[in-house]
Design a protein around this ligand. Sequence first.
Ligand code: SF4
Ligand code: SF4
Length: 119
Amino acid sequence: MDNQEVTDPKFAKYHGVDRNQIQWNPVIDEGKCIGCGLCVTTCGRSVYKFDFENKKTRVVNPNNCLVACQTCANLCPSHAINFADGDRTREKVQKIVKDFKLLQKVKKELEERKDSLKY
Ligand code: SF4
Ligand code: SF4
């Protein structure tokens, strides 16, 4: 699927990076999807809707997806959800961390949010 605009302003930034610049969204292999509904009922970011007629989940708001989450993919009983070509999801996530300099951004963020994050 082509990258789309974030549809919920709450999710517009990821550690300060415009979410629309980050290529991270689930792709469903329709042939594998058994229409169980686990993904669409679990995701808290309205990434999915359910096609009741065809008993398939559809990706409708791809860029609402939390970068690196993968909860739905881990839950899917039929391995129908993917985030990267093949099995290289971790490599893809680490490339995002590097490309967008997330470690530097998070270092600053930790200081800024110290009061609320402090143990
Ligand atoms: S969890 Fe997997 S099988 Fe179930 S509806 Fe979602 S994509 Fe389809
Ligand atoms: S990875 Fe997480 S945020 Fe993204 S669609 Fe799946 S459950 Fe939703």
